[in-house]
Unconditional design. Structure first.
Length: 367
């Protein structure tokens, strides 16, 4: 029962800190560590003031709870953390009893900034799902008559009295093929993912080899900064290569259209700990970042940048980022971006599920 309680506290998104009667920290869960930029190692057996302070008399309230044997709640509190960052939160103080004796306090912290961010993200995700469903439905309706148009154009070219007129039917066939390809992209990857345990740098290197000469000819400086400590992941290399290629091409087109001087693209990998992927906190995360020094993304399209048919480029179809997001979702990951004039980065975040990797690896080895 105690082990189940410990696991529950570890996975809980609410920050939980157990304090003794002297307000010294006896336990802090993962969420509280992340919120307060601290760790159990650096906080254990230290006064709560080592993690944050609120105002001169804030800890007096904590002591009053113990003295008066009353719980206490505060809303819209601003906590000042050790590194200078501020945290907007609600917190609740509850008496911690053991065999009817007060052993200390349970401090629960609710990150209001994170809650607002999640609500906004879910709203955008809902809007995107509606848009994506509409676009895919429209794509199916368009695709059916395209094959008929192409077939009719082929028959017509065979019946033409003069051969030079075939160039017009060839234009129809060529444009129909182009539109069919566009529709296929709107419908997303056709194949189901085929996951295998791989070093994440293999698919990235494959893509870099593919674009190296093209980027060099365009005067784009392409560099990499890889973290060799990233464990192997369960990935579909083919799909992931397509997603990374889309991000690199997106950066390239932005740099070329803006005529950025000394254009640069950098590919960075890192392993992160206690990181959120979407709205779920993961113990270990792989992050792949594509960073460029282009003009940035305009404010008008930032909110809808991952929607199908939305593009900040003059010649863009607006499908690359949407397709990449779909590929990342198939890997249980998330994609995010930061952009300002002179610097834009897109990051793919994928959880490293150690147990899942080990289990699938054993199944593969032992058949």
């Amino acid at each position: 029962m105690e082990r189940k309680t410990d696991n529950y506290l570890v996975e809980l998104k609410t920050g939980v800190i157990l304090l003794d009667r002297n307000l010294k920290i006896s336990y802090i869960n993962n969420s509280a560590e992340s919120m307060l930029d601290t760790s159990i190692k650096s906080s254990l057996n230290k006064h709560l003031s080592s993690a944050f302070y609120e105002e001169p008399d804030s800890f007096q309230r904590f002591e009053d709870c113990l003295e008066k044997k009353e719980n206490f709640s505060k809303f819209d509190a601003v906590l000042f953390l050790k590194g200078g960052r501020k945290l907007l939160c609600d917190y609740h103080l509850n008496l911690n009893f053991e065999k009817k004796i007060i052993k200390g306090l349970i401090l629960e912290i609710y990150n209001k900034e994170y809650s607002s961010e999640i609500k906004e993200r879910l709203r955008m995700q809902s809007n995107q799902q509606v848009t994506t469903a509409f676009v895919r439905g429209l794509a199916h309706e368009i695709k059916n008559p395209l094959s008929g148009i192409r077939g009719a154009a082929q028959l017509l070219s065979q019946k033409l009295p003069e051969q030079h007129l075939a160039e017009y039917t060839n234009i129809i066939i060529g444009q129909t093929d182009r539109l069919t390809s566009l529709v296929d992209n709107m419908l997303g990857p056709k194949r189901k993912p085929s996951f295998e345990i791989q070093n994440i740098h293999f698919p990235i290197e494959n893509v870099l080899v593919l674009v190296k000469q093209e980027f060099n000819d365009l005067g784009i400086k392409l560099t990499k900064d890889f973290d060799p400590s990233i464990p192997e992941l369960m990935i579909d290399s083919f799909l992931l290569e397509q997603g990374i290629l889309n991000l690199l091409r997106n950066s390239k087109e932005s740099l070329m259209q803006s005529s950025t001087s000394a254009p640069k693209i950098k590919v960075i990998t890192r392993v992160l700990h206690q990181e959120f992927v979407g709205d779920t906190k993961q113990n270990t995360v792989c992050r792949i970042t594509i960073k460029d020094n282009g003009p940035g993304i305009s404010e008008e399209i930032k909110e809808s940048i991952f929607f199908p048919m939305i593009s900040g480029k003059e010649s863009g179809s607006g499908l690359g980022l949407s397709i990449t997001q779909g590929i990342v979702s198939q890997h249980k990951g998330a994609i995010q971006f930061n952009s300002k004039p002179g610097e834009t980065d897109f990051s793919i975040l994928m959880p490293i599920l150690r147990n899942n990797v080990d289990n699938k690896f054993l199944k593969k080895v032992h058949g």
